[in-house]
Design a protein around this ligand. Structure first.
Ligand SMILES: *[C@@H]1O[C@H](CO)[C@@H](O)[C@H](O)[C@H]1NC(C)=O
Ligand SMILES: *[C@@H]1O[C@H](CO)[C@@H](O)[C@H](O)[C@H]1NC(C)=O
Ligand SMILES: *[C@@H]1O[C@H](CO)[C@@H](O)[C@H](O)[C@H]1NC(C)=O
Ligand SMILES: *[C@@H]1O[C@H](CO)[C@@H](O)[C@H](O)[C@H]1NC(C)=O
Ligand SMILES: *[C@@H]1O[C@H](CO)[C@@H](O)[C@H](O)[C@H]1NC(C)=O
Length: 397
């Protein structure tokens, strides 16, 4: 509540500041010249807006790019090192992104932890069942994640290392590091979603996972425990008042941004305010054909999207009578001939092969990632916090 009050105050201030800005060219945050962002696909903005690169799947409507191109206000002296990369674990961020950081950074954002605890296997086994998972596989993926979260020598230690490694790159007087958390994906206030399944293989009814309230609550709880570890790692880095944790979970809930919000009949992929992408959906203003065509290049092996492709690939290898249909998802090839004509948009070739990543258009790969609406919540919250708390240093612990 307090945070949301501060948020509202900050927004008002921000609007005023933006008006001032029109009259006066002085930047909102003149002290932010070197801005950098590191992290995973939540910072790269996988799927949000237009693609900026293939290797890391960075997108224009990611919160770091939104900050730099608009919300931090104009400042011709500011540069942005956009190093976040889809699929990166905290270890990879430590090994590849941190060393690439320049010196004397004024503002650094970090998004890390989701890949460390196995987000892809959880979503795969508990929601989409990309690889023909059964209920037990969901339980064990969640259990494995809980162990990694609870083990101080894993998630907590790795995030701490990351913060410590980034610190020498920061401006000593006023540099600020924001560690951004994650948001729970599901509303869990009613049972309307209990009979909804997002399992991608249309057959095998008996093995499908449903979005039951218990599952939704368990997944939310998992996100909250990740956030708690991130918050603690930030607090433990206390010697410097310049490391801050940005928890946007409550704001996504407050704006009814989650799947299965009370009264919502899923699927509802274009519901205004929905913060996350649903499977195979197109945002307003997006080119549906472009999203669904098998255009595009490689997605990195081991990335969120690459992992999904591998799981699907594996299932297609093991079940040659199935195929992927860009319109319908996954269908039984033998059955689709019956009474369906030729339609569906799949030519039958290129389904199984070494270019499997191409058979997953962007409209599929970005599931469970933030839509521009969700990214904007993070970016605005960050600017609001920055406006209220100001530069690092000085202020004490
Ligand atoms: C933490 O880092 C170690 C060393 O890089 C790595 O082996 C381990 O898998 C990481 N654990 C998590 C949960 O990220
Ligand atoms: C789920 O149940 C509700 C009624 O409780 C019904 O209106 C809705 O169509 C059902 N959805 C599915 C996917 O079966
Ligand atoms: C997508 O593919 C269709 C059919 O092959 C083609 O007509 C259309 O121009 C393509 N769209 C884009 C944006 O590539
Ligand atoms: C696919 O459909 C055919 C024909 O109906 C059926 O014999 C086969 O068992 C189905 N495969 C799966 C995996 O459901
Ligand atoms: C998909 O499977 C084929 C073999 O069927 C393999 O050659 C290819 O490397 C796989 N691609 C991915 C991304 O796993």
């Amino acid at each position: 509540m307090l945070a949301s009050f501060i948020f509202s105050v900050a927004l008002v201030l921000l609007v005023q500041a933006e008006q001032l800005l029109l009259a006066d060219e002085s930047p909102l945050f003149p002290w932010i010249r070197n801005f950098a962002s590191i992290g995973d696909s939540y910072a790269a903005g996988l799927g949000a807006g237009s693609r900026m690169d293939w290797l890391c799947s960075r997108y224009a409507q990611s919160y770091p790019n939104m900050l730099h191109t608009s919300l931090l206000g104009p400042n011709s002296a500011r540069t942005h090192q956009f190093l976040a990369c889809s699929g990166a674990s905290s270890t990879e961020i430590l090994d590849k992104q941190v060393p690439a950081l320049g010196p004397d950074i004024d503002l650094l954002t970090i998004s890390a932890g989701g890949n460390d605890i196995g987000l892809t296997p959880i979503l795969s086994n508990c929601i989409y069942q990309f690889y023909m998972a059964e209920e037990d596989d969901c339980a064990s993926a969640m259990q494995a994640a809980r162990h990694l979260i609870a083990d101080e020598a894993q998630l907590h230690r790795n995030i701490t290392r990351l913060i410590d490694a980034a610190r020498p790159h920061m401006n000593r007087e006023h540099g600020v590091i924001y560690v951004t958390g994650y948001a729970g994906f599901f509303g869990a206030d009613d049972n309307d979603c209990d009979n909804v399944t997002w399992a991608v293989w249309s057959t095998l009814e008996s093995q499908k996972q449903y979005l039951k309230k218990d599952l939704r609550q368990a997944l939310n709880a998992l996100v909250r425990t990740v956030n708690a570890v991130l918050r603690k790692a930030v607090a433990d880095a206390d010697a410097a008042p310049n490391v801050r944790f940005l928890d946007y979970d409550a704001h996504i809930a407050q704006t009814r941004g989650r799947y299965c919000e009370a009264g919502v009949r899923e699927p509802a992929p274009n519901r205004p305010g929905l913060a996350f992408y649903e499977w195979n959906t197109v945002d307003a203003g997006e080119d549906k054909t472009a999203l669904q065509n098998r255009t595009g290049g490689d997605v990195p092996r081991g990335s969120f999207e690459g992992d999904i492709a591998e799981r699907i690939n594996q299932t297609l290898r093991e079940h040659p009578d199935w195929e992927f249909d860009p319109e319908k998802g996954f269908v039984n090839k033998t059955m689709r001939g019956e009474g369906e004509g030729e339609g569906g948009g799949v030519d039958g070739q290129g389904i199984v092969g070494d270019t499997v990543h191409w058979l997953l258009p962007d409209a599929y790969k970005r599931v469970f990632h933030l839509r521009p609406e969700g990214q904007a919540v993070v970016a605005r919250l960050l600017v609001g916090d920055l406006w209220v708390r100001g530069p690092g240093g000085g202020g004490g612990g």
